[in-house]
Design a protein around this ligand. Structure first.
Ligand SMILES: [Mn+2]
Length: 424
């Protein structure tokens, strides 16, 4: 909540960005369903806001929906995601205010911990596993001299031990949920891949698919997906589209019927705002203006967030009347227009690079080299150098990230002293 404002417009009646209003309305639909059932418990998988310091009107919009659960005496677990965390010390997450205010029935998951929660239909155990950074589990000396993959392995080992500690303390008679904000190793994802690079680590599914869990509720990845059927390991995905990378994803929430060893669940789609990319190649068109207008079908545009991309030759530019294009796009909720000039000298994009976002830099280089016969002799050398550059870069990043996080922590501790000095 509070992201994607560039795809909205200011509602003159409320002064609020229309995308915030969309998100509030959609969250409201989730809460409506929770109240209508009524459910026994609400699980929120993290990343409430884009950062740990959302503006008050955004916090208020979020709180006003969750407050309806408090009024209905439905307990809720709010897990802390990477976007909710504050760099400075513990407890500063944007969601921690609910614990500080002791909101009845609300649990904030900002550490690995087991919560025993009383619901209308009995007790349930929820293990909260918030987003973990490397410095949560490792100190700088721990990581010294280790390769990136060794550090990754060490992190996973430490997480496994910590999780095992929680599992041993579980009551085997009670239904149990693991609520975790993480990147699972077999998840399909879009934009999160880039958000996550270097900032955390990937968790093997084997760590989560344990018999003691009756349901594993995951946050972080915006695309809904079921990673495992037994036990169910599920990303419900985000409830709204944050950007165009989520244009084709269904959005919704998951309704769970939790029972010891026989949990069922159902994805419930939400009617969220349509994002639509309209891409037209006009380079061969006799009348590019008419061809472009024909592509702008009113029923596809109405109330949608539209991105119009058209390709044309430079000599066709003055055949396009932009005023008419703006008029044709006016039924859209918002729109952007991206004319792209086709150069007759440009090479076609390699098909193996695709339009997806999941290719690694190394695979991209391989595909490029495979299409450049003139570089064949250099191929092995180039790949070797690229590999070592990439490894070095990640290693340097890790060192500086751990140093920066340690510095941030020590800064926070040093602050009172500095204030005193200034007072003196
Ligand atoms: Mn996240």
């Amino acid at each position: 909540m509070g992201s994607g404002f560039s795809h909205g417009r200011v509602n003159p009646e409320t002064g609020l960005n229309s995308r915030l209003e969309d998100f509030v309305a959609t969250l409201g639909r989730c809460i409506d369903r929770a109240l209508a059932e009524p459910v026994d418990l609400v699980l929120f998988g993290g990343d409430a806001f884009p950062d740990a310091t959302p503006p008050p009107f955004v916090q208020q919009a979020f709180a006003s929906q969750f407050q309806r659960l408090v009024a209905a005496q439905i307990p809720a677990v709010l897990l802390v995601g990477n976007h909710d965390q504050h760099a400075q010390g513990q407890g500063g997450a944007s969601l921690s205010i609910y614990r500080t205010l002791a909101v009845p029935g609300f649990v904030v998951g900002d550490r690995l911990e087991t919560h025993r929660i009383q619901t209308q239909n009995g007790l349930v155990q929820v293990i909260t596993l918030p987003w973990l950074t490397r410095s949560t589990l490792l100190t700088r000396p721990d990581a010294e001299g280790l390769s990136l993959s060794e550090v990754g392995q060490l992190l996973i080992d430490r997480l496994r031990v910590a999780l095992e500690g929680e599992i041993r303390r579980l009551d085997p008679e009670l239904p149990t949920v693991l609520l975790a904000h993480l990147m699972a190793d077999n998840a399909r994802f879009g934009a999160e891949r880039f958000l996550a690079v270097g900032k955390g680590f990937t968790v093997p599914l084997g760590l989560l698919s344990r018999d003691c869990f009756d349901y594993v509720a995951l946050g972080h990845v915006h695309r809904h997906q079921v990673l495992c059927e037994s036990p169910p390991i599920v990303y419900p995905g985000s409830i709204e589209r944050v950007d165009f990378s989520e244009e084709k994803e269904d959005k919704g929430f998951v309704l769970i019927d939790l029972a010891k060893g026989q949990t069922t669940f159902e994805f419930c789609p939400l009617p969220v705002r349509v994002f639509r990319t309209i891409e037209v190649n006009l380079s061969a068109a006799d009348d590019p203006q008419a061809t472009l207008l024909k592509a702008l079908k009113p029923e596809a545009i109405q109330d949608a967030v539209v991105r119009l991309v058209y390709h044309l030759r430079s000599e066709q530019l003055d055949q396009i009347d932009t005023t008419t294009i703006h008029q044709a796009l006016s039924p859209a909720h918002t729109y952007t227009i991206h004319p792209e000039i086709i150069s007759q000298f440009s090479r076609a994009r390699l098909p193996e690079l695709g339009s997806g976002t999941t290719i690694t830099p190394l695979d991209a280089l391989k595909a490029y080299l495979a299409n450049r016969e003139d570089l064949q002799e250099l191929e092995d050398d180039m790949l070797a150098v690229a590999q070592s550059l990439l490894a070095e870069e990640e290693h340097a990043w890790l060192r500086s990230a751990i140093a920066a996080e340690e510095e941030a922590t020590s800064d926070a501790q040093a602050e009172p002293q500095e204030t005193q000095l200034r007072l003196l």
